[in-house]
Design a protein around this ligand. Structure first.
Ligand SMILES: *Cc1c(COP(=O)(O)O)cnc(C)c1O
Length: 354
C-alpha cells in the first residue's frame, strides 16, 4: 500500500474509491453515473444529500445557503469581491501566503484591498496576531490554513465586519462555529472530495448589496435560486463528495475526525522535534494540523531522505517549491498508520546516518 501525503488532490478513503468506481459502472439500472442526466430524481437526491450532509457535519445555522459550484477556490477569489465589495469600497485581507496573495490580487478589478497584516518578511512561517480591521471594511478575508507553508489559524480574528474565509485545506478537519463566518469557501479536493467541485457556505443577508450587475454564473444568488443547478453541475465530483461525507459521518463526524487529526499531527511534530536530523519550518503555536512542513538540519541529506521514503511506499512528501524540504499533508482520509510508517522511516534514516 502507498501512503499518500500529497497536498491536493489527495487521498480519499479506499471505500469511497470503490463505491465511486462501482457507480461509474452501474449507478442506476445499469446506467453509469457519468451518463445520467443531472435532472433525474436520482441525481437531484445526490445534490440534496450532499448539501444536507455539509449542513449537518458543519452544523450550519439557519439563514445560510450551501452551494455546490465550480471554478475552484481560485474563482472564489474573484467572486467574493464581485459580490460583496461595492464600487470604491475597501476590503481587508491578511496576507499569509500564496493563496491569500492570489485572493488579494483579484480585488483590484472591483475595489481596494487593505492588507491589515502580513508574514511575508519571514516567508509566511507564522500567523500575524496583532492587527486591527477597520470598521468600514466591506468584509475581512483570511485563509484559515496555509497549505504551502503549514500554518493554521487557531484563534479566529474577531471583528464586526463580515468575515470571509478560504477554508480549502482545513474545512471539516476540526469543529468550527459557522455563525462566526459570513462566507466560507473551499475547493473540494482536500477534505471534501475530488477536484471539480467548490463548496460555498454563505449567509444570505450579506448578498445583493454590491450595487453591481453580476453575470449569472458569477452571482451567488443565481446558484441559491437554482439549488446549485443553474447549469450542469460536476455530477461525478458531487457524487464522490457525497460518498466521502457519508464516510465522515459514519466515523462520528467532524468532532471525531478532529481528535484523530490532532493525534496524527502531534505524533509527527513530536518526531520532528525529537529527531536531530529534522526541524520544523513554522512558529510552533501556528503549526498546521493538515500540512506538516519540515526540513533537514543538513540540506544535503534531503535528496537521499526523499529517495529513501519513496522507495518505502511514501508518496507526495516533497515540499512546495517555494518552501523546499518536505510537506506531509495529513488530511482527514490519511490513516494514522501512514503517519506511524513515516515516523518509523525517519527513525531508521537517523540510525543509518549517525
Ligand atoms: C488548494 C488551495 C487553493 C486552490 O484551490 P483551487 O480549487 O485549485 O482553485 C486555494 N486556497 C487554499 C488554501 C488551498 O489549499
Amino acid at each position: 500500500m502507498r501512503h499518500n501525503f500529497g497536498a491536493g488532490p489527495c487521498i480519499l478513503p479506499q471505500e469511497v474509491f470503490k463505491q465511486a468506481a462501482q457507480a461509474v459502472l452501474d449507478f442506476k439500472d445499469g446506467l453509469s453515473i457519468l451518463e445520467i442526466s443531472h435532472r433525474t430524481p436520482e441525481f437531484e437526491n445526490v445534490v440534496e444529500e450532499t448539501t444536507r450532509l455539509i449542513k449537518e457535519l458543519m452544523n450550519v445555522p439557519e439563514g445560510y445557503s450551501v452551494l455546490l459550484l465550480q471554478g475552484g477556490a481560485s474563482l472564489q477569489f474573484a467572486m467574493v469581491p464581485m459580490n460583496l465589495l461595492p464600487e470604491g469600497k475597501t476590503a481587508s485581507y491578511i496576507e499569509t501566503g500564496v493563496w491569500a496573495n492570489k485572493a488579494i490580487k483579484e480585488v483590484s478589478a472591483f475595489g481596494k484591498a487593505n492588507i491589515v497584516a502580513s508574514s511575508k518578511e519571514s516567508n509566511f512561517t507564522f500567523i500575524p496576531k496583532d492587527f486591527t480591521i477597520p470598521e468600514d471594511s466591506a468584509y475581512f478575508h483570511f485563509t484559515s490554513n496555509n497549505t504551502i507553508y503549514g500554518t493554521e489559524f487557531f484563534d479566529f480574528p474577531e471583528t464586526s465586519v463580515p468575515v470571509v474565509c478560504d477554508m480549502s485545506s482545513d474545512i471539516m478537519s476540526r469543529v468550527i462555529d459557522v455563525s462566526k463566518f459570513d462566507l466560507i469557501y473551499a475547493g473540494a479536493q482536500k477534505n471534501i472530495g475530488p477536484a471539480g467541485l467548490t463548496v460555498v457556505i454563505v449567509k444570505d443577508e450579506i448578498l445583493g448589496k454590491s450595487g453591481r450587475k453580476i453575470p449569472s454564473m458569477l452571482d451567488y444568488n443565481s446558484h441559491i435560486e437554482s439549488g446549485s443547478m443553474y447549469n450542469t453541475p460536476p455530477v461525478f465530483s458531487i457524487y464522490t463528495a457525497m460518498l466521502n461525507l457519508r464516510w465522515l459521518k459514519s466515523k462520528g463526524g467532524v468532532a471525531e475526525i478532529e481528535k484523530e487529526n490532532k493525534a496524527k499531527a502531534q505524533a509527527l511534530y513530536t518526531e520532528i522535534d525529537r529527531n536531530p536530523f529534522f526541524k520544523g519550518t513554522c512558529a510552533v503555536e501556528d503549526r498546521s494540523r493538515m500540512n506538516v512542513c519540515f526540513v533537514m538540519q543538513n540540506p544535503e541529506l534531503e535528496k537521499p531522505f526523499l529517495k529513501f521514503v519513496e522507495e518505502n511506499d511514501i508518496e507526495g512528501l516533497k515540499g512546495h517549491r517555494s518552501v523546499g524540504g518536505f510537506r506531509a499533508s495529513i488530511y482527514n482520509a490519511l490513516p494514522i498508520t501512514s503517519v506511524h510508517t513515516l515516523i518509523e522511516l525517519m527513525q531508521i534514516f537517523e540510525e543509518k546516518h549517525q
